[in-house]
Ligand binder design. Structure first.
Ligand code: ADP
Ligand code: MG
Length: 246
């Protein structure tokens, strides 16, 4: 029964002028699962996230999230349903402090009168401090976000998503451009935030994938080439061929 899964994607296809970037994809993700999607450039990984978050419309197929069909929902309703998505480049407010960035991402913080006019209540403050701790930025709350390191900016954006408490969090190549120690901390961060929600991570760095993945899905030409634990996937002849061929 696909209803047991947090996310059930079935027969998902998107065609751009006849080219199927995603082609009959099936993907099932459990609650508390951290799934990593790997695959060569152009395999369709980013497009899968675009389809789930409603940025791109499916040509056919279904995306059920906690039993609700998402393919016809506008993007904002998909966010409201509990899906958060991080793009490859961090989109933070460079001129605001870390604290202010987290504050305006708090669901109640958004008002038509401008995000910064709202009064901070104790529970909002507590939540912000808790998230700041999780993303290793407790000591940087008053710092201007534009002055953070690249890795810290990535963490801040993850924090801005976490503050909305999504039940499914999707991250596209979160450690690209990070230092070794930032990668290690990000692995720790992702392991922590996959408790109590589902997480989908697209990643290239195999050392990083090993540290975080519960299950790995290998995409190739818009289709699932292989799926399973890291060892099984790495030793799969079809996977080896695709990677050596590139
Ligand atoms: P990946 O993230 O795995 O590298 P993408 O999902 O970005 O791959 O792209 C998969 C394929 O779909 C690529 O060949 C890309 O050029 C194509 N593609 C992605 N988005 C569009 C679009 N909006 N219009 C046309 N082609 C697209
Ligand atoms: Mg991509």
């Amino acid at each position: 029964m696909s209803n047991e899964y947090a996310l059930a994607v079935e027969d998902l296809t998107v065609s751009f002028d006849g080219f199927k970037a995603v082609d009959g994809l099936n993907l099932y993700v459990d609650k508390n699962e951290l799934r990593v999607i790997i695959g060569p450039n152009g395999a369709g990984k980013t497009t899968v996230l675009d389809l789930i978050c409603g940025k791109t419309r499916a040509t056919s197929g279904t995306i059920r999230f906690k039993g609700v069909e998402l393919t016809k929902y506008p993007e904002y309703k998909i966010v409201q349903a509990g899906v958060g998505r991080k793009f490859q480049t961090p989109s933070i407010y460079e001129n605001l402090t870390v604290l202010e960035n987290l504050e305006i991402s708090f669901p109640r913080g958004r008002s038509v009168f401008g995000s910064l006019t709202f009064v901070r209540s104790q529970d909002v403050t507590d939540r912000i401090l808790e998230i700041a701790e999780t993303i290793f930025l407790s000591e940087h709350l008053e710092e201007q976000a534009g002055l953070l390191s690249h890795g810290q900016k990535q963490w801040l954006e993850i924090g801005m998503l976490l503050i909305q408490d999504p039940e499914l969090l999707m991250l596209d190549e979160p450690v690209a451009g990070m230092s070794v120690s930032e990668r290690e901390k990000t692995a720790e961060l992702l392991n922590k935030i996959s408790q109590g929600r589902s997480v989908i991570v697209i990643e290239h760095d195999m050392e990083f994938v090993k540290r975080i993945a519960h299950k790995v899905t290998v995409l190739h030409q818009g289709k699932v080439l292989a799926e399973g634990n890291m060892d099984a996937v790495q030793n799969n002849p079809k996977v080896i061929e695709v990677y050596l061929g590139h």
